[in-house]
Design a protein around this ligand. Structure first.
Ligand code: ADP
Ligand code: MG
Length: 335
């Protein structure tokens, strides 16, 4: 099949104009215009087969995952998602694969209200690069660098499910990781098809949240980035961490459960800061969105460490920074 026919059959049908996109795929460029008083936000992510996803991942899930991890960056800024481009490198023209991929991408795109406005198609080892475009009122995107002293620190959803899903898909998983079929399904879904928290991001921005980011590398490392970018220190109460329930139940002890919930990565939940006086609003939002939102700590003045952990359930009631839980890289792999 000729490259042009492939694009026509599998990608052109996903392209349409919208209030944001005036010219979709088919010409040398696409054209878009943000609404009046709006600012355009852009983010790109590449997924390489064998690096960012298992080569056995079915095309339906690959399409959902690629769009979701890209849209998650827009969610983290409080943006309204509008459009995306797709540069895809394919080892061969496999029509059943392309058909499944394109149908799944179309339904995900419709679900999140984004239109495909262009891309590129090349031959080579399987990889996908998406660029997503969103908008926020001028200057109101939720930055990592804007956390304020006295803010509450919140996290959405449960942490550690994606790490469990990754373990279930890999050949060497810890022997304590034994899940019911229902828990397995939840973990695999969290790992393979994360959900971009777009409605949450927009709502946080609208209510006056100060800072946010999405959790791709694990809360410990990501929260440290937010703390450093804002020039603040964060306090995190480990007892409040919303650990994926099957992980908490299966882990030999709570420290092990925390370790993977905090450093496992791939959760794509939002970590966000909101002034204390708006606490009731965040609590109300949780009900509206049907998504658990947990207050895990707060933002403090800059101190020696980016994050200070505490826990009442640990016998010695220590400050846990001594454990070296200040960055993802401090975790020895497999332990
Ligand atoms: P050029 O030769 O100018 O690079 P291409 O042949 O790569 O153009 O693409 C032709 C048109 O098809 C362009 O409008 C481009 O945006 C679109 N296109 C190519 N690949 C994709 C894709 N994977 N998804 C969406 N649109 C695509
Ligand atoms: Mg081209």
């Amino acid at each position: 099949m000729h490259e042009f026919d492939l694009i026509q059959r599998y990608f052109a049908p996903l392209s349409q104009t919208s209030g944001f996109v005036q010219l979709g795929q088919g010409d040398d460029c696409a054209a878009f215009t943000p609404g009046s008083g709006q600012q355009c936000l852009v983010s790109t992510d590449t997924l390489v087969s064998g690096v960012h996803f298992f080569p056995t991942l079915v095309p339906e899930k690959l399409a959902r995952r690629a769009l979701a991890v890209n849209l998650s960056d827009l969610a983290a800024m409080g943006a309204t998602a509008r459009a995306f481009t797709l540069a895809i490198t394919l080892p061969e023209v496999d029509e059943p694969w392309l058909s499944a991929f394109s149908h799944s991408l179309a339904s995900s795109a419709q679900h999140y209200g984004v239109v495909l406005m262009g891309g590129d198609t090349t031959k080579g080892p399987l990889s996908l690069t998406m660029t997503v475009f969103g908008e926020v009122p001028q200057g109101q995107g939720l930055l990592r660098s804007a956390a304020q002293e006295g803010d509450d620190l919140w996290v959405s959803g449960e942490l550690g499910a994606a790490w469990c899903g990754l373990q279930l898909r890999s050949s060497s998983q810890p022997d304590w990781l034994r899940f019911s079929p229902a828990a397995q399904e939840l973990a695999l879904d969290a790992f393979e098809c994360p959900k971009p928290r777009l409605s949450l991001g927009e709502a946080i921005r609208e209510m006056g949240g100060t800072a946010a980011m999405d959790l791709s590398d694990g809360l410990v490392g990501d929260a440290a980035h937010l703390a450093r970018a804002s020039g603040k220190s964060l306090s995190i109460d480990l007892d409040e961490i919303p650990v994926f329930a099957p992980l908490r139940e299966a882990a030999p002890d709570i420290q092990t459960a925390w370790r993977y919930a905090l450093a496992g990565g791939d959760d794509y939940e939002l970590l966000f800061c909101v002034p204390k006086r708006l606490r009731h609003k965040v609590e109300g939002l949780s009900g509206q969105l049907g998504l658990s939102l947990t207050r895990v700590g707060g933002v403090n003045a800059l101190a020696a460490e980016p994050i200070y952990f505490s826990s009442k359930t640990l016998a010695d009631h220590v400050e846990l920074r001594g454990l070296g839980w200040s960055s993802y890289n401090h975790f020895p792999s497999g332990s």
